[in-house]
Design a protein around this ligand. Structure first.
Ligand code: HH2
Length: 258
């Protein structure tokens, strides 16, 4: 799953694809690099981000969804029912919902539309303020299974679960979730994960950086870490990885698949 953020403020590609032509061109590039799904989002959910009004989000994403959906499976990354509905009307067939609450919209759209339930603690404005869990792996699994069961009960036929790396999680929480991906895989729901370029990689990679340890390796220097985490996830049985660097990840996937 390749990512296009049609936003001014996303943490890794903010501002690059706010222009519709640039976003559509990026989509064609990602398709050529091997993306099976393209995830289009019009609202940043990076830590500290403020929400955007529905009209603004619609204006950002709809032309991009319309232009790309004839060429590739289109996923809409949104927390808003109105945006999900409009994107489906424009050709999207997957709702990627970081709030894990739009299953009714997916159900109403019929069997061609799938749903991704992602785990987030709180909301993007506050989620990184001292996140705590009893047991992060169990808590996240229990939450996701409950949301996925609700989606199935509502009639959604294709339900994915996602641990929500970086969404109300410390570096240790993220690493525990990665280490125990088998716990999510064994629920039987297909698992999708997004580690690409994320902050925990910056912190982890800074520990081995020479000559002088940094606080965090910058976003544009996290490619190898991103690909390694995606390869690890695939080996654990994760079925889809949400990434910015499609070509490098497809190469890793090919090696994992043999
Ligand atoms: N991460 C981001 C956004 N959407 N969706 C799923 N299912 N899983 C994720 O891990 C995930 C997601 C955050 O990354 P990005 O879109 O690159 O940045 P921003 O939220 O700043 O737009």
């Amino acid at each position: 799953m390749g990512v296009i953020n049609v936003t001014p403020d996303s943490f890794s590609d903010g501002g690059q694809f706010l222009d519709h032509e640039a976003a559509i061109a990026r989509g064609h590039e990602l398709i050529a690099e091997g993306a099976d799904v393209i995830d289009v989002g019009g609202e940043s959910t990076r830590p500290g981000a403020e929400g955007v009004p529905v009209e603004v989000e619609l204006r950002r994403v709809l032309p991009v969804v319309e232009a790309l959906s004839p060429h590739v499976r289109l996923s809409i990354d949104t927390r808003k029912a109105k945006v999900a509905e409009a994107a489906i009307a424009a050709g999207a067939t997957l709702i990627n919902d970081v709030s894990a609450s739009l299953h009714e919209v997916a159900a109403a759209a019929g069997s061609a539309v799938g749903f991704v339930a992602m785990h987030m603690l709180g909301d993007p404005r506050t989620m990184q303020a001292n996140p705590t869990y009893d047991d992060v792996v169990r808590d996240v699994r229990d939450f996701l299974v409950a949301r996925a069961d609700a989606a199935v009960a509502a009639g959604v036929e294709e339900v994915w679960i996602d641990p929500g790396i970086g969404f109300g999680k410390t570096t240790d929480h993220n690493l525990s979730l990665l280490k125990h991906l088998d716990v999510l895989v064994s629920t039987g729901f297909p698992v999708v994960i997004g580690t690409s370029r994320k902050r925990f990689l910056g912190a982890l990679l800074a520990e081995v950086d020479r000559p002088k340890p940094l606080q965090s390796v910058p976003v544009d220097d996290r490619l190898e870490g991103s690909v390694a985490s995606a390869a690890w996830a695939m080996v654990q049985g994760v079925r889809m990885v949400r990434v910015h660097d499609v070509r490098a990840t497809v190469h890793a996937a090919k090696v994992v698949a043999g």
